[in-house]
Write a protein that binds this ligand. Structure first.
Ligand SMILES: Nc1ncnc2c1ncn2[C@@H]1O[C@H](COP(=O)(O)OP(=O)(O)O)[C@@H](O)[C@H]1O
Ligand SMILES: [Mg+2]
Length: 365
């Protein structure tokens, strides 16, 4: 099987690492010259819209997927006319715009915070009134890792947010006083079979994921099944094939959907060592029409992101055992350079071992 991937960042890298073990080959299309997935397949270094490059990209491929949700839809649709693309380009279109995404959740009966879209100042003023403080102003497109959003608690902050973000289509949503953030990783195969990983508990700082714990502690069965039911509706609606991640805010036994990613997700990295089948392998199994693997956890896991911190050479300096992942990227502040995963049989042992890793990651929660 030869698989084409739009994007060659760390998600592409980990996909290819999982695929190698399944005997798959990879070709990446990514305009960046320095890519995380280097050495794991062919790299076509060209713009996503470059038709000559796209011609070359699709040649001899069995299936195409994407690891980056800001790939423009047009080239993805162009490719889909020639080679099967999973997940469906429609899922990509929905996930690229926070307004479409929220409408999609709402249409399928999935609770969301109060929200609305604005472009002009008078609409902004009006919606500030309707939703009320505190709220979050987000650009509808291209936001990630907390970029392109401002929390607004009063009129003065509202003016500042407008100054920073106006001129782009915006989404306003109520600030949710959540108890915690959870995410669900779901996978749907070509035959329609769905499998779900246990809910993951996520901790962000400045909008960037810092720590994921899986399975999330104290999840009542009703919460897990509610999350699965929501995911199933979305998967079936678009005849989705592959891994889908949904981020939720938990409030008691209620789940409010925040956003979805039509791809493998940072909050699923723990599955590489912490689950029977990793999210990467299950994504590949799904898109190539193979049987899905078990999503059962192997114990209890914690995944710590290394942001602006190089993961190299730390595994041997007297720390408890852990799985270090280096994305091979050049260091820059705020950049995800790698992650480390701890898997333990007992939660108490995990609690004991985790703090030294949070310290290395400079993560204060
Ligand atoms: N409406 C909200 N209420 C409370 N916190 C929010 C809200 N929206 C975003 N956040 C916080 O900011 C983080 C990043 O926002 P998100 O919408 O997921 O954007 P991104 O695409 O950058 O991940 C969330 O994980 C959450 O911690
Ligand atoms: Mg998010």
């Amino acid at each position: 099987m030869k698989i084409g991937v739009f994007g060659a960042g760390q998600l592409g890298r980990m996909l290819a690492q999982a695929g190698e073990r399944l005997g798959m080959e990879f070709r990446f299309l990514d305009p960046a010259t320095e890519i995380s997935a280097r050495g794991l397949g062919e790299h076509l270094c060209a713009a996503y819209e470059d038709v000559d490059a796209l011609e070359q990209f699709v040649r001899g491929l069995d299936v195409v997927t994407y690891e980056f949700e800001n790939v423009p839809c047009e080239p993805v649709r162009w490719v889909a006319e020639r080679v099967p693309v999973h997940p469906a380009p429609e899922a990509l279109r929905l996930a690229q715009d926070r307004l479409f995404e929220k409408n999609f959740f709402q249409k399928h009966g999935i609770p969301v915070p109060p929200y609305g879209a604005v472009f002009f100042k008078d609409e902004y003023r009006e919606l500030l009134q309707t939703i009320g403080f505190p709220l979050v102003v987000k650009t509808r497109r291209y936001g990630y890792d907390g970029k392109g959003q401002r929390t607004v608690r009063n009129q003065e902050e509202a003016e500042r947010a407008w100054k920073d973000l106006h001129g782009l289509p915006l989404l306003l949503e109520g600030h949710v006083p959540f108890e915690r953030e959870l995410s669900l990783l779901a996978v749907r195969g070509q035959g329609g079979e769905c499998r779900f990983y246990p809910l993951v508990e996520n901790h962000h700082r400045d909008g960037i994921l810092r720590l994921s714990r899986a399975p999330a502690a104290d999840v009542p069965a009703v919460l897990q099944s509610r999350a699965e039911e929501y995911a199933r509706r979305l998967l079936e609606e678009v005849q989705y094939v592959g891994v889908l991640a949904i981020e939720f805010f938990q409030h008691g036994e209620e789940l409010l959907a925040n956003e979805m990613a039509p791809r493998v997700h940072n909050s699923g990295h723990w599955t590489i060592e912490g689950a029977e089948t990793s999210q990467f392998e299950n994504h590949l199994r799904a898109i190539t029409g193979m049987e899905l693997g078990s999503t059962a956890p192997k114990g209890t896991s914690a995944m710590v992101n290394l942001i602006g911190i190089k993961p190299d050479g730390r595994s041997s300096d007297g720390l408890p055992p852990a799985h270090w992942h280096d994305y091979g990227k050049s260091p820059r502040p705020g950049r995800k350079l790698g992650h480390v995963t701890l898997v333990r049989e007992a939660l108490e042992v995990l609690e004991e071992d985790l703090p030294s890793f949070l310290e290395i990651a400079e993560t204060v929660l």
